[in-house]
Design a protein around this ligand. Structure first.
Ligand SMILES: Cc1cc2nc3c(=O)[nH]c(=O)nc-3n(C[C@H](O)[C@H](O)[C@H](O)COP(=O)(O)O)c2cc1C
Length: 145
C-alpha cells in the first residue's frame, strides 16, 4: 500500500541530506510519496503519520543546528499518532557516537511515537557512502514490515 513519508533531516555538512534524497528516491520508486524537510518544523509535520528522522551528530554529541528548534518543539508535543524510523549518521571515533539520533529516539518515544525499529546508526568511517547503507536497511525494514 502506498504511503506518504515525511523525511526530517538534521545535517551540518550535507551527508544526511544525501541520505534523505536517496531514501526519497527509493520510496518514490516503490510508489510512495515523500516530502523532505531540510528545515523541519513541528507545524509542517504534526499531522503526518509516517516520519523518517535522518540526522547526524555534531559538536559534543549535539544535534545539528537546523534540527535543534524542531527537537525543542517535540518536548511538549503529542506524537501518539506518529510512526517513525530513525537513521543516525555518526563517526565512531567520537565518544558521543550518534548521540543526536539516540536523543531523537528517546524524545520520540517519550512523546508517544511508535518506533518501527531501533534507530539505525551508520558509522561513516565504515560506510563512506552512507546513503547506500541507509537505503539497503530501509528497504529491508519495509519488506519485513
Ligand atoms: C565538528 C564535528 C563534530 C562531530 N561530532 C560528532 C559526534 O559527537 N558524534 C558522532 O557520532 N559524530 C560526530 N561527527 C561526525 C558527523 O556526524 C559525520 O561526519 C556525519 O556524516 C555528518 O553528517 P552531516 O553532513 O549530515 O552533518 C562530527 C563531525 C564534525 C565535523
Amino acid at each position: 500500500m502506498s504511503k506518504h513519508y515525511s523525511i526530517i533531516v538534521g545535517s551540518m555538512l550535507g551527508a544526511s541530506e544525501y541520505v534523505a534524497d536517496a531514501l526519497a528516491k527509493s520510496l518514490i520508486n516503490m510508489g510512495n510519496t515523500v516530502t523532505i524537510h531540510n528545515t523541519p518544523t513541528l507545524e509542517d509535520v504534526k499531522d503526518e503519520p509516517n516520519w523518517i528522522v535522518c540526522t547526524s551528530t555534531h559538536g559534543a554529541g549535539e544535534l545539528p543546528d537546523n534540527i535543534k528548534p524542531f527537537a525543542k518543539a517535540l518536548e511538549t508535543a503529542d506524537l501518539s499518532k506518529v510512526n517513525a524510523f530513525i537513521i543516525g549518521l555518526g563517526d565512531t571515533s567520537y565518544d558521543t557516537y550518534c548521540f543526536g539520533a539516540l536523543m531523537m529516539e528517546n524524545l520520540l518515544k517519550s512523546r508517544g511515537a511508535t518506533l518501527e525499529a531501533s534507530a539505525h546508526l551508520i558509522d561513516v568511517l565504515e560506510h563512506p557512502i552512507p546513503e547506500d547503507e541507509a537505503v539497503m536497511w530501509f528497504e529491508r525494514m519495509l519488506e519485513t514490515a
